[in-house]
Ligand binder design. Structure first.
Ligand SMILES: Nc1nc2c(ncn2[C@@H]2O[C@H](COP(=O)(O)OP(=O)(O)OP(=O)(O)O)[C@@H](O)[C@H]2O)c(=O)[nH]1
Length: 549
């Protein structure tokens, strides 16, 4: 029996929806026009035609028609040639598995390597980080381990330090960054504690870049003026690197390692006095090694952050793992951090009423910062995210006390300690540190939050120890954003290649969130998080990108 044909779905819709579509289309066209204008494309002038009174009008029109035809043919021919060439290339590759003579093998290899890396980064990001970190350690003569002065011990990774010690003649230096976020006395105590084991430099990276727009191109980034006055400790670190260069008697490679957001890229930018590396409040911004020559003798290498082992405490995971906010969820991550902080000082700092539970605190914080949900209820999740981002970026000052008595780390011994300091002018280093501590505008002890450190953080150095989480189901919006970023990064690498200015390892960055007023950005991110969620909830059935081609 013949099945009756299904009736086609009607295309009728409400006027509201139709007008909405029309409005979106108009907006889209306006956007396209605006972008084209920005790129310098002008609207082609309309041909006024030949006036009737012109002599030989017929002949002129015929000539114009002929020219148009010729142009059309030429275009067609060019298109055919291109297609033929592509076909030839494809056939050649398919039959011999080798590059045809007109393909540059070096370029081909570079493209293949990039594609492989991009695939690995997508499927197993942590494995890629691990590989890159290993490469940095192998390539370096001196390694700078950047520590967040708010919890210096929590930023040391015994596994990575041990791996480094096995690498032979490598030197390790501790850089106490973000020293402007801790009280002066506390900073002095930490320097005295850490310097017993390893050479320690007090540092404060400049955080003065104020640019609200995302910058993905290295060239553009470099054009941002760099102010050096807020960077403290640079001279001391330079002197130390010069000492190392004299000790080695050759050009040296300096690797910069550390947990996410400790300020590795900021430190390199300060030394180079240029926005050469991506800096931002989001964790895990640096995804692959980036080689930056400082001068003829010293080359510095930025690395992706160290990977935190899941065996650490929830507070450590929340502070040091970029995935913590997704795995632990904002409220849990922020609660874990809050549980380690002094409640009284937290209340004073955020000027909120006393609280009995983290959720009570987040509710008060949301009220205070104007983070509200639909209907006016406080946005607890937004407030938790705000606290988390302030703790992980460089806007909230807190401090930890060093252990009461000094003990040598288990993975060190007296010989290693002596070797690490051999040939260095430690007196000068101490003088420079004292000078830096005086120059830094530290917050007063009374208004700082005391934090309970969980001690050294366990990291992962071997790929086999990494357990990758299954990738989450992505929304179409996310996929579109990723595609756009991929296109941008490709464009960036092409630009760099064309310039010849790119380093031998290209920086792969997810996004570039430029330095903004820290508290502002935190609030903005929390707000935008709320708005995102709201808009997702509100979104009705209509999706512009599906209907409009
Ligand atoms: N207050 C203050 N903030 C800093 C300092 N150094 C860096 N920051 C901030 O810390 C955040 C992270 O800095 P990055 O340089 O991107 O840190 P990173 O270690 O390279 O981060 P990843 O790329 O995630 O590994 C940024 O918001 C910086 O502005 C500092 O000395 N003081």
């Amino acid at each position: 029996m013949k099945r009756p044909k299904l009736k086609k779905a009607s295309k009728r819709m409400t006027c509201h929806k139709r007008y909405k579509i029309q409005k979106k289309v108009r907006e889209h066209h306006r956007k396209l026009r605006k972008e084209a204008k920005k790129r310098g494309h002008k609207k082609p002038r309309k041909d006024p035609g030949v006036p009737n009174s012109a002599p030989f009008k017929e002949a002129l029109l015929r000539e114009a028609e002929l020219r148009k035809q010729q142009l059309e043919e030429l275009k067609q021919q060019q298109k055919l040639d291109r297609q033929k060439e592509q076909e030839k290339k494809r056939k050649f590759e398919a039959s011999f598995g080798a590059e045809p003579s007109d393909v540059d093998p070096v370029k081909e290899e570079f493209v293949q390597h990039k594609a492989k890396k991009a695939k690995l980064a997508k499927q197993h990001p942590k494995k890629l980080y691990c590989q890159e970190l290993k490469k940095v350690i192998e390539a370096s003569d001196v390694v700078l381990e950047v520590l967040d002065a708010r919890d210096p011990l929590g930023c040391r990774c015994p596994q990575v330090e041990s791996a480094l010690l096995q690498g032979g003649q490598k030197r390790l230096v501790l850089v106490l960054n973000k020293s402007d976020l801790v009280p002066r006395e506390n900073l002095e105590n930490w320097v005295n504690y850490l310097k017993k084991e390893l050479p320690t430099v007090v540092f404060r990276a400049s955080t003065n870049v104020k640019c609200k727009r995302k910058i993905t191109k290295v060239k553009e980034r470099r054009n941002i003026p760099f102010k050096t006055e807020t960077c403290i400790g640079k001279e001391g670190l330079w002197k130390l690197l010069k000492d190392f260069q004299e000790i080695y008697g050759k050009a040296i490679q300096v690797g910069v390692i550390g947990f996410p957001n400790v300020g590795k890229s900021s430190l390199i930018n300060c030394l180079k006095q240029e926005q050469i590396c991506n800096v931002g409040v989001s964790m895990g911004l640096t995804r692959s090694m980036q080689v930056v020559p400082l001068d003829k003798q010293i080359t510095i290498i930025d690395s992706p952050s160290l990977i935190v082992s899941p065996v650490n405490s929830p507070a450590t995971l929340a502070l040091r793992s970029p995935a913590s906010i997704e795995e632990l969820r904002p409220v849990e991550a922020a609660s874990a951090i809050l549980s380690q902080a002094d409640t009284r000082q937290v209340v004073l700092k955020f000027t909120v009423p006393d609280f009995k539970s983290p959720s009570e605190f987040f509710a008060s914080l949301a009220q205070r910062r104007g983070l509200h949900q639909k209907g006016g209820s406080p946005n607890v999740e937004g407030a938790a995210k705000l606290l988390w981002s302030q703790c992980t970026s460089g806007s909230l000052g807190f401090y930890c006390h060093p252990p009461p008595s000094w003990t040598l780390s288990p993975h060190f011994n007296e010989n290693i300690v002596t070797d690490m300091k051999l040939g260095l002018n430690l007196e000068e280093l101490e003088k420079n540190n004292a000078h830096s501590i005086q120059a830094i505008r530290s917050p007063p002890l009374a208004s700082s939050i005391l934090f309970q450190s969980s001690g050294m953080t366990n990291g992962i150095t071997e790929e086999k120890d990494i357990v990758e989480e299954l990738p989450k189901q992505k929304t179409r919006k996310q996929e579109e954003r990723e595609d756009l970023e991929a296109i941008n990064s490709d464009q960036e690498s092409v630009d760099e290649e064309a310039d010849g200015s790119g380093s031998n390892m290209s920086p792969v960055k997810e996004t570039l969130t430029d330095e903004q007023s820290a508290s502002n950005i935190d609030e903005q991110s929390a707000q935008s998080h709320v708005l995102d969620r709201k808009s997702e909830e509100k979104e009705d059935a209509y999706d512009f990108s599906t209907d409009y081609v």
